[in-house]
Design a protein. Structure first.
Length: 308
């Protein structure tokens, strides 16, 4: 296994990547009561298992969980098998090779994950658009039985949105889109579970888009429906989505309704960062550079984390 220590990463090729942040929580979306887990110990224990035991078939595709030491910490790499790709995976030596000439090794797409020390939060960078999302990481953790109870992974949303949705009285519209792995990761405690499972039971592994709406003027005849939509919107915060928009309703002192449209995607805790692909000598540095980008994003968003 390759071990990287901190050093200057001088890039000749760079790409803009989104660093998005998530949190490992209980299956119902609540925070883990015992506080932050020791992720360094968890990842180290995983690294001692044989790589073949860290393979799980998710959505009909092989995924390997690989532990990647860098700068004195352990990080998680989710490697998704595919017929062709940028990286190949030397399973016997547990090394990722950013080359298309490694005959005999499976091609993989990578998802790079770094946990924030002292928390259950992590930053995630996709190696490519075909890489697996956080929903697949959640499924991998549960398939591997890392914990006695099933867990969920939820996106971190700014405190501004949390306050708006928790303070709202009703909602007249909710529009949610889930990609396939996100739909598969919806927990039974989530308000979307029944509808999503009914759709995937008939149509298989598909993207799902749901629109819940109460048409017409806001009046007391449909209070129950709008309150139900609001409760479902609140549960959306505890799952992963590619699109989520809600139209909230508040009533002023005279009982007049006021509406506000909130787009959850605009307030996800994420940051566009430059990630180096190769160094000045042409050597691949995608993984250590992605980890360094997560570190920079943590620093930039620290005030947002503190507010949660």
């Amino acid at each position: 296994m390759c071990v990287f220590e901190r050093g200057p990463i001088v890039a000749t090729r760079q790409r803009k990547k989104t660093v998005q942040f998530f949190e490992v929580v209980n299956s119902d979306g609540s925070r883990i009561e015992n506080g932050s887990l020791d992720w360094q110990e968890i990842l180290f224990d995983l690294s001692r298992q044989h790589i073949r035991d860290r393979r799980h078939r998710i959505g009909g595709i092989d995924h390997w969980g690989q532990i990647y030491p860098y700068n004195g910490d352990e990080h998680f790499i989710l490697a998704k098998n595919r017929e062709d790709g940028v990286s190949s995976f030397d399973i016997e030596n547990e090394e990722f090779i950013d080359s298309e000439t490694q005959a005999g090794n499976p091609y993989v797409e990578l998802t790079i994950i770094k946990f924030i020390p002292g928390t259950n939060r992590f930053g995630l960078v996709l190696g490519s658009g075909a890489s697996s999302r956080a929903g697949t990481f959640q499924i991998w953790l549960n398939e591997h039985r890392v914990f006695a109870e099933e867990i969920s992974v939820k996106p971190l949303v700014s405190n501004r949105v949390l306050e708006k949705i928790q303070g709202a009285q009703q909602a007249k519209l909710l529009n949610v889109r889930l990609e396939r792995d996100q739909a598969a990761a919806v927990s039974e405690a989530n308000g979307l579970y029944g509808a999503v499972r009914a759709i995937t039971a008939v149509h298989g592994s598909v993207d799902v888009e749901l629109i819940l709406r109460v048409k017409g003027q806001v009046d007391s005849r449909h209070d129950d429906e709008r309150i139900s939509i609001l409760n479902t919107a609140r549960s959306v915060i505890n799952t992963q989505f590619s699109k989520a928009m809600v139209e909230l309703v508040q009533f002023d002192q005279e009982g007049k309704p006021e509406t506000e449209t909130v787009n959850f995607v605009n307030d996800l805790l994420s940051k566009k960062m430059k990630v180096s692909v190769t160094d000045e000598e042409g050597h691949p540095v995608r993984i250590p550079s992605a980890i360094a980008a997560i570190d920079r994003a943590i620093d930039d968003l620290q005030s947002e984390f503190d507010a949660l």
